[in-house]
Design a protein around this ligand. Sequence first.
Ligand code: HEM
Ligand code: MTE
Ligand code: MO
Length: 467
Amino acid sequence: APRYPRYTREEVGRHRSPQDRVWVTHGTEVFDVTDFVELHPGGADKILLAAGGALEPFWALYAVHSQPHVLELLREYKVGELSPEEAPPAAAAAGDPFAGDPPRHPGLRVNSQKPFNAEPPAELLAERFLTPNELFFTRNHLPVPAVDPGSYRLRVEGPGGRALSLSLPELRSRFPKHEVTATLQCAGNRRAEMSQVRPVKGLPWDIGAISTARWGGARLRDVLLHAGFEEEREGEWHVCFEGLDADAGGAPYGASIPYGRAVSPAADVLLAYEMNGEELPRDHGFPVRVVVPGVVGARSVKWLRRVAVSPAESPSHWQQNDYKGFSPCVDWDTVDYKTAPAIQELPVQSAITHPRPGAAVPAGELTVKGYAWSGGGRPVVRVDVSLDGGRTWRVARLSGERPPPGRAWAWVLWELQAPVAAGAELEIVCKAVDGSYNVQPDSVAPIWNLRGVLSNAWHRVRVSVRD
Ligand code: HEM
Ligand code: MTE
Ligand code: MO
């Protein structure tokens, strides 16, 4: 057998682009696949996502690779073996509160490591209607709590001082399992575009702080009625949630939604223990999270420990002093969080996932792809796409589920084919229209706000067409 040179993972990691050569590993073998990148049946953009690292996490998402001819093809590109003396992963630093965080998919685009905040790469974001769990965007404010499912209890404060304490098996067996396909979007999705107008405070999310899953769990409504609450409740009430993750001062992550939404059978609010048919991953709230369809992600509290009904909204920082929208004229000296309502239902949104900004696309037929979604269960009824910065428009083809009226909780994916001429410079634009004929604003500046939330202007992507 031929003797191959040995490489460390770090050395492999230096080969991430055609200029530096494209190396990948499979098992303990190292491959230089630079010459295969343009031949890849799944596209050059996708194979490059694995450049410099292991193929397995990506191939796990695309079963098409588990065929003998794929490994045979790979073998032609072998250039080395991984060193047996590969340094073991650095031992978790003692006292690092994030040391117990779970492992993550290497394809995620990380905006912050501690706490972990990451989005799927745009190349994979809208490839599938349901986002694979490993790629679902993650928005953590704090370390991921380690929860023992055996001793986990959910506390539900009932009326008149009575309280329920539910184990995981009780939550699963006492209430019918209800399934809902719902998109979650962070209020900060597309914040990076807002920072280009003027700096804002927050994580620089690109277009991927949005993902879709099929959630399974108990209806919050059923649990509240079981705890003794009535369907109708006079006056203003809120259902408050607390997570098991707490800040240095011991304050848990918390949020609330109006009582009416919580008990409405048509609002489909879940205490979810399943995500795409699997138990919830740790990053997404294991063992139980709230899923509030049609509402900003911040209210879908993960690692849920307590539910309470209160005449006031959650006292949490994230309900009171964050996740609110302001006028472009408000700055950090003048902002008064008490003056704005907490974000609940989100406005209509859309983005282009393909091609990517700055790409050089081949002349001929161009396929433009993306997602569109609106809050409050309002369906997306149309997506308009322009290739000339908004002067002329075409209507994209939509695909997705057919939801019951008022319950369009999931995004639609859209696609448009159009001829493009060699040498052209294109400004691709998309904008969605929802069932209430709400539209997206054409530019960012008039909706700029200091926290960079609710960024839903027309999405614009400039590309050139190759000669
Ligand atoms: C398809 C090889 C990396 C995504 C294929 C096929 C081959 C292949 C031979 C066609 C299989 C068939 O239809 O029988 C490889 C090799 C890779 C690699 C050698 C690495 C060296 C990746 C990565 C991704 C990916 C990292 C995703 C992130 C896909 C997709 C298809 C595909 C989506 C299906 C294309 C279609 O059917 O339209 N790949 N692949 N591949 N690959 Fe890869
Ligand atoms: N719940 C807890 N307990 N802690 C958190 O940090 N982040 C919230 C929400 N629920 C958060 C939480 C925010 S801001 C969003 S956008 C969603 O979870 C993200 O859910 P995901 O990480 O499963 O995508
Ligand atoms: Mo968020």
